[in-house]
Every structure is written in C-alpha cells, then in structure tokens.
Ligand binder design. Structure first.
Ligand SMILES: [Zn+2]
Length: 174
C-alpha cells in the first residue's frame, strides 16, 4: 500500500501500489488525487548504531579496569639488589610511584581516546540529523509543487465545467 496525504484536507489516503500515477478520490473531502510514488516516511531518528555503543562500552570498561587494577610491583633486576633494608624500601617505594604514574598516564590516554570516539559519534549523529532535515525540506518542496499542480488542475476542471454549463445550461457536467 502507498500512504500519502490529501493536499486539501491533509487526511491520510491509502492506495494499492498498482495505482501509482492514477487518480483516486480522497475519502474525506472527495478531492481527486494522483497517487504518488513516494511512501510517507517516518520522521523519527534511528537509534545509535550498536557497533558504536559497543565500542564506547569496551573503552569505558578498559578504563575502569585500569583505574582499579592494583599497582604492579616489579622485582628489581638481578645485580641491583639493595644492600640495606632502608635502601630496599626506598627502591620499592620509587618503583611503586613510577608504576602509579605510568598507570595514571595510561588511564588518561584511554579516557582521551574515549572522548575522541564520543566526539566522532556525536559528529556522525549531527550529520545524520542535517541530512534528515535536508531530505525533509526537499520533501516539503515536492509536496508544495504537488499541491500547486493539483490546485491548477482543479481550477482548469472548474473552468471547463463553467464553459460546458454556459454552452448548455440545462445539463450539469461532472
Ligand atoms: Zn481530502
């Protein structure tokens, strides 16, 4: 079925596919309408693509895992073993600080990547909305042209009726 709107009363008219380009009557106002090729499309935006959502979730999970992961303690390399307990503590503390610093940088890097990804998704979404608006505008113009054509056709039909009526005032011509 093809669904379209009556150009006069805005009622939704349904017609079988086989009637494209042919005339049907509006069930509400009885105006003669040409069945268009286009179907009436839904105006709602599609949801975010599942792949993009999945990517965001994975990045968020990795960032969280890094943030809560215990700092790795690396054993000092062979030959650099400290000679005293104080030196051993200092060495261990230094290594722990280094590891924490490294982890902080990694988390920051992951969050940055996540932010970049989110921006890309937002841009794609914005572009999608703009495309949609352009298509809507194009459809609106087409509907305006259709309406003008219908009005002209009706005017011509009325003029023809009027001429026939004047020729023969006793007969009403449909
Ligand atoms: Zn109508």
């Amino acid at each position: 079925m093809i669904k379209f709107k009556c150009v006069r009363c805005n009622a939704v008219v349904k017609a079988p596919e086989t009637t494209v380009g042919k005339h049907v009557q509006c069930p509400t106002c009885q105006l003669k309408l040409t069945v268009p090729m286009r179907r009436t499309r839904s105006r709602s935006l599609p949801p975010l693509k599942p792949v993009a959502v999945g990517a965001l979730l994975v990045v968020a999970f990795v960032a969280l895992a890094w943030a809560v992961w215990p700092t790795r303690r690396e054993k000092p390399a062979e030959g650099t073993r400290p000679s005293t307990p104080e030196a051993a503590r200092d060495l261990e503390r230094g290594q722990r600080l280094q590891a924490e610093e490294r982890r902080k940088n990694e988390v920051a890097e992951i969050l940055k990547r996540q932010d970049e990804q989110r921006k890309l998704i937002e841009e794609a979404r914005k572009k999608e909305i703009e495309d949609r608006m352009r298509a809507d505008e194009e459809r609106r113009k087409q509907e305006e042209r259709d309406r003008e054509r219908f009005e002209l056709e009706e005017k011509l039909r009325r003029q023809k009726e009027e001429i026939e009526r004047r020729k023969n005032p006793n007969v009403y011509v449909e």
